[in-house]
Design a binder for this molecule. Structure first.
Ligand code: ZN
Length: 460
């Protein structure tokens, strides 16, 4: 029998495949060639067929599909902790938007690298970045450069906002949607290929005119890209929409033909039954961000109702400004805890359901279910290796439960995206992590001082 050359052979671990039967392979191996998984099965059926350029001994460890974060704002990594105690709009208009406006290109890049490093340490392999609307696209390019350099699979979202000063929105974010879309087309050409794809990201319903919403829908249809929008994070979307158009936000956007299966609705906390019906009819995907929702005190998204309507639920961290990290392991645990206490029922949501949201749900939400979200032949080799021998996780009985409820970044030893090893033995390859952390510390302070948003308790 001819020996096949492969690039990476991960040998002898317990593989949590997340395939359609949720099969778990004990003493399993995964063979990777290029960006794809070319074989997966029992070690004795796989290993002898391959000669690998790189061998990873996974005995005693667990191999999971990479986690998929469907909502973040990586630039906010530099404003971590600056919004403590503020409500959503106090924080967005008082800190987040002016910080983005004042940020240098280098700072946007560093912020992306720092957030990306944390994501990799927490087993995330794909994330959707929602870069705020700015009068130019220079920072959007830096997010693209950062994601490309650190190696994560990314969806680059173009934040869009053009008006709404009368509703308290910060004009520093305004840019005509037509102008932003024209430049986005150039950026898509420039960054296409590799592991990046694209999305349009209207920030909230009341920052964009009806005509521009139609233009966004047209652009997404024409180019086959996603749309993502913050929706019903608070009651303000409905209040402002009722005032301006005598219709609540979700039904109003339905009239414009905005909703579709390619839309990722973020937060979805204040949902009326009619909103859920409209979402179900259009197969809108949900990005649930429980840590951010709790931190900003906005409420509990009706995830069980949304699930019962057949909607796809995925998970997101949100930006580090309202999370205050990029830790999807923490998001998974928080999802379970929040809904258990909200329903006063410990059985309302189990670990498997939560892992499904963070993997398969994320893949479906991003329109990439055929490529990522599970470990199967012909899918992309996006995965992480879980080392159970840490005090927080040991002893492991059910690996899915351990991952969701008893793990931390210290358990993630290796992270692979598209067959590239981004981190091995908890060291990110090609980056001096300490040097970057020190540079980010200094640079983030410079930004905060310059923009003038250092809270009193931090003033020296
Ligand atoms: Zn957000």
């Amino acid at each position: 029998m001819e020996i096949i050359i492969c690039d990476v052979l991960i040998s002898g671990g317990t593989i949590i495949t997340q395939n359609s039967t949720r099969a778990i392979i004990q003493n399993g191996s995964i063979s990777i060639k290029g960006s794809e998984i070319i074989d997966i099965g029992n070690k004795e059926d796989v290993d002898f067929k391959y000669s690998a350029r790189k061998m990873i001994d996974a005995r005693g460890k667990y191999i999971f599909p990479g986690l998929i974060n469907t909502h973040t704002h990586l630039f906010q990594t530099f404003i971590k902790g600056l919004g403590e105690g503020l409500s959503l709009y106090q924080w967005v208009d008082g800190i987040a938007a002016p910080s983005a406006f004042g940020m240098s290109e280098k700072q946007a890049y560093l912020s992306t690298i720092l957030g990306g490093m944390e994501a990799i340490h927490c087993g995330t392999t794909t994330l959707l970045d929602f870069m705020y609307s700015m009068p130019h696209s220079r920072l959007h390019r830096q997010v693209g450069n950062g994601l490309r350099d650190i190696g994560l699979r990314g969806v680059l979202g173009l934040g869009l906002m053009e008006n709404g000063e009368e509703h308290g929105l910060s004009p520093c974010q305004f840019r005509p949607v037509t102008e932003a879309l024209a430049e986005w087309h150039e950026i898509m050409e420039e960054y296409k290929g590799g592991n990046l794809s694209f999305a349009l990201a209207p920030e909230i319903p009341f920052g964009i005119s009806p005509n521009s919403f139609r233009a966004i829908r047209e652009f997404a249809n024409k180019h086959g890209i996603l749309i993502t929008i913050h929706i019903n994070e608070t009651l303000d979307d409905d209040k402002v929409n009722l005032k301006d158009y005598q219709k609540r936000a979700v039904p109003f956007l339905e009239e414009l033909g905005f909703w579709g299966e390619d839309v990722v609705g973020v937060h979805c906390v204040k949902m009326q039954p009619e909103d859920i019906e409209i979402f179900a009819k259009n197969d809108v995907k949900i990005s649930h961000n429980p840590v951010s929702n709790m931190y900003l005190g906005v409420g509990v998204a009706p995830i069980m109702d949304l699930k019962q309507s057949g909607l796809t639920i995925s998970l997101g961290t949100d930006g580090a400004g309202s999370n205050n990290s990029q830790d999807m392991l923490e998001v998974m645990k928080s999802t379970g805890l929040l809904h258990k206490v909200h329903h006063q029922n410990p059985a309302v949501m189990n670990a498997q359901t939560i892992l499904d949201m963070a993997t398969l749900g994320g893949a479906k939400a991003l329109g990439q279910a055929d490529r990522i979200g599970s470990l199967e032949v012909n899918k992309q080799a996006d995965l992480f290796i879980f080392d159970p021998f840490k005090p927080k996780s040991a002893p492991v009985f059910d690996p899915v439960s351990s991952l969701v409820f008893s793990s931390g970044p210290e358990n993630v030893s290796t992270t692979i995206v598209a067959g590239n090893i981004l981190m091995e033995e908890r060291k990110i390859i090609g980056f001096d992590e300490l040097e970057i952390l020190q540079e980010c510390q200094e640079s983030a302070w410079e930004l905060a001082k310059r923009v003038g948003y250092i809270p009193n308790f931090l003033k020296l």
